[in-house]
Design a protein around this ligand. Structure first.
Ligand code: ATP
Length: 443
């Protein structure tokens, strides 16, 4: 885990926010590579679950939300965590972290005391005020999930898009939770992103669709390279289920740290819930068909972005002992290769002129311009070629393209594959076709 945190910072994936001023617990900034990587995750999800389907449409709703939404949804009363305080050192914890339901209680991780205050409910929604006056009439909330605004927009989206059951509405966007104990890097953040899909079905067809979406969610991760031995389906027990849920399956990832209640690192990556008719009933929506009027049931695959991002980084992190490049300077060292799925890699192609000499740099610049509008490219003409390969391997760049003196003669470049290490000579004029084929095979 430390290696990932350090790589993320060193190479500009993820930084603690406002580090210059001491940071802010549970808030993170995504750097140059991070923003590309995160966009790729969101795009892979959107392509698969929205654009690739006839029965799902998208939505982008407001973050600051009318408080009535949260009153109707039950969040004002119920979106709480139980807070306990160590009586000795006064550190505060989420009660579940120290006393997971059905498991033995733990001592204070800070001072080892077993004496705690009584549990106190703590609402984790961030409150703000709309307009110049800070009074109770101007209170609004930053959404703690993207789902509720999907429910509130149910009718507008359904009628404007002329949708018939079963259909889904999806949204990707920020969510905010004033977590008691943020931590484990981005695993538990206070500001994070979600990718949520609310799939509306006829009552009676819900169990079938629930199974379907659990499998779709599972296969999405496997398809993007998560190892099967690190991913499992965890059906929630009656004691774990939210009061409104008929059934929930968490997809759990085997993290290299332990989290609340998780065993051997297994803990929630994303969740899929059968929410019954709770949400549409709460907001007063129903539909009519030939059988009469009824409230649709909702199946909700609810993904965060940060946890999948962390899982993709952890799962793809590979250390090759003894080095794999053949240059004398690097062949004794350990080399890091981030074997990210090609569609997730922040840089797809690195353009590397073998020398900084004018004709090569000019030719490499031309090639960069030609392909950069199609593929996220990096350009690097500093340091030895071995070191430049290593820099790209470390951030998961699938292809390195070297421009050498022969290129000037034969108009071909050498393309090196990150995983197979094979090198191929490819004609410059065929580059776009070559790379398109390579990436299509993995999208
Ligand atoms: P947990 O039990 O770990 O707090 P949760 O059950 O409250 O999670 P949900 O409300 O089901 O989480 O949210 C759906 C998804 O959003 C989670 O599976 C996770 O991927 C993501 N998520 C939730 N809370 C956070 C957070 N604080 N930081 C990062 N991602 C989060």
């Amino acid at each position: 885990m430390e290696s990932i945190v350090s790589l993320a910072k060193r190479r500009g994936f993820i930084f603690p926010t406002a580090e210059k001023y001491g940071g802010l617990g549970g808030f993170w900034d995504w750097g140059a590579l991070g923003v590309e990587f995160k966009n790729n995750i969101k795009q892979a999800w959107w392509k698969k679950f929205v654009q690739g389907r006839r029965d799902v449409v998208g939505l982008d709703s407001a973050i600051v939300t009318n408080p009535t939404v949260w009153e109707k949804s039950g969040h004002l009363k119920g979106f709480t965590d139980s807070l306990i305080e160590c009586k000795k050192c006064h550190k505060r914890y989420k009660a579940d972290d120290l006393h997971p339901p059905g498991k033995a209680g733990r001592s204070c991780p800070n001072c080892d005391s077993m004496e705690f205050s009584d549990e106190r409910a703590f609402n984790t929604m961030f409150k703000t005020f709309v307009g110049p006056v800070e009074d109770s009439a101007s209170i609004a909330y930053l959404r703690p999930e993207t789902a509720q605004n999907i429910f509130v927009n149910f009718e507008s989206v359904q009628t404007s898009s002329r949708l018939k059951l079963p259909f889904g509405i999806a949204q990707i966007g920020k969510a905010f939770r004033n977590e008691i104990t943020p931590g484990n890097f981005i695993f538990r953040s206070r500001e994070f992103e979600q990718m949520e899909l609310e799939y509306f079905v006829k009552p009676g067809e819900d169990s079938k669709w629930f199974e379907y979406w659990v499998e779709e969610a599972y296969q999405w991760f496997i398809g993007l390279g998560i190892k099967k031995e690190h991913l499992r389906k965890h059906p929630q027990s009656k004691g774990e289920l939210a009061h409104y849920a008929k059934a929930t399956v968490d997809l759990e990832y085997r993290w290299p740290f332990s989290t609340s209640g998780g065993d051997e690192g297994w803990s929630e990556l994303i969740g899929v819930a059968n929410r019954g008719d709770f949400d549409l009933k709460a907001h007063g929506f129903s539909v009519k068909d030939e059988t009469g009027e009824f409230v649709p049931y909702v199946i909700e695959p609810s993904f965060g972005v940060e946890r999948p991002a962390l899982a993709f980084l952890l799962d793809s992190y590979d250390v090759v002992k003894g080095g794999r490049t053949t240059t004398t300077e690097s062949n004794k060292e350990e080399e890091i290769v981030l074997r990210l799925h090609k569609s997730l890699a922040p840089v797809k192609v690195a353009v590397l002129p073998l020398s900084k000499k004018e004709p090569l740099v000019k030719e490499a610049g031309k090639i960069f311009e030609e392909i950069a509008s199609r593929f996220a490219c990096a350009y690097d003409d500093t340091a030895s070629i071995g070191r430049r390969y290593r820099r790209q391997d470390e951030i998961g760049t699938p292809y390195c393209l070297t421009v050498d003196f022969e290129t000037l003669e034969d108009k071909k470049v050498t393309i090196r594959d990150r995983d197979t290490m094979e090198q191929e000579r490819v004609a410059v004029e065929e580059l776009t076709i070559y790379l398109t084929e390579k990436f299509n095979a993995f999208s």
